[in-house]
Design a protein around this ligand. Structure first.
Ligand SMILES: [Zn+2]
Length: 228
C-alpha cells in the first residue's frame, strides 16, 4: 500500500509560479500520474491523501496514510526561491534531530499502543516504550534513506537535480514513526526552465514513471531482505 501525498490544496495554493501556476495543481497532476503508473504495475494499492483541490492538514495526511495501512509515504512538492537561477529536483527525508523530538512527543501521548503496527506498547513501562519507538523509528529512517537513494537514482535520468540531492529536514508530513517516507521537491517554480517543465504533462509523466520505478525497486529490495 503506497500513500501518495500531493502537497497543499484548497485555500493553500503552495508556491505560485512565474506564470501564475499553483504548486497545488502541479503536485496533484504528478500524484495522479504516479497513481496510474503504480496501478499499471498491478502490485500496489494506492491511497491519495487528496484527489481534488481540498485543504488537508499535515497530521491528517499522515492519518489517512496510516488508516489505509500504507507501507510507504511519498509527498510531492515544488519549490520556490528568490534566486530565479536555481533549479533542480531534491529529495527529503526526516532528520535525526527532528525524529528524536517526535519520538519523545509520541512516547508521552496517552494512547500509544495503536501508534506502531504490530507492537503492543500498552502494557510496557515508559522506558521500554521509548526504546521500542526509537528502534522502529531508526529502522524507518534507514528504509526512508534507501527509498531516497532509489528516487535520486531514477530521477537523475529524467531531470536536473540539486547538488546534494538527498537532504534532511523536519517536515511534519514525514513524521509517521513506522512508515518509510520521502518528500520530493520536483523543481523550482521560480526558475523558468523548471517552471516550464513542471507545467508540461509529458515531463510530469516522466517524473511519475521514475518515482514509480524507484518505489518498485524499493519493495523488491525489502522483499528480498525479508526472505533472508
Ligand atoms: Zn510545497
Amino acid at each position: 500500500m503506497v500513500a501518495i501525498d500531493p502537497g497543499h490544496g484548497g485555500v493553500d495554493p503552495g508556491a505560485i509560479s512565474l506564470n501564475g501556476e499553483y504548486e497545488k495543481r502541479i503536485t496533484l497532476a504528478v500524484a495522479r500520474a504516479l497513481r496510474d503508473r503504480l496501478n499499471a504495475l498491478g502490485r500496489y494499492k494506492v491511497v491519495m491523501t487528496r484527489d481534488r483541490d481540498v485543504f488537508i492538514r499535515l497530521r491528517d495526511r499522515i492519518a489517512i496514510a496510516r488508516a489505509a495501512g500504507a507501507n510507504l509515504f511519498i509527498s510531492l512538492h515544488a519549490d520556490k526561491m528568490a534566486n530565479a537561477a536555481v533549479r533542480g529536483l531534491s529529495v527529503y527525508t526526516l532528520s535525526e534531530r527532528a525524529s528524536d523530538a517526535e519520538a519523545a512527543a509520541l512516547a508521552n501521548q496517552e494512547n500509544k499502543s495503536d501508534l506502531l503496527a504490530g507492537v503492543d506498547l500498552g502494557a510496557e513501562p515508559l522506558e521500554v516504550t521509548n526504546i521500542l519507538i526509537d528502534l522502529v523509528q531508526r529502522e524507518t529512517m534507514n528504509q526512508s534513506s534507501v527509498l531516497a537513494a532509489g528516487l535520486v537514482r531514477e530521477l537523475r535520468e529524467q531531470t536536473l537535480l540539486l547538488p546534494k540531492t538527498h537532504r534532511f529536514a523536519g517536515f511534519a508530513v514525514l513524521k509517521a514513526p513506522d512508515v518509510p517516507s520521502a518528500l520530493v521537491e520536483l523543481g523550482y517554480l521560480s526558475n523558468p526552465v523548471d517552471e516550464r517543465l513542471l507545467r508540461s504533462d509529458q515531463h510530469r509523466r516522466k517524473l511519475a514513471a521514475a518515482i514509480a520505478r524507484a518505489i518498485d525497486a524499493y519493495f523488491v529490495r525489502v522483499e528480498a531482505r525479508n526472505r533472508q
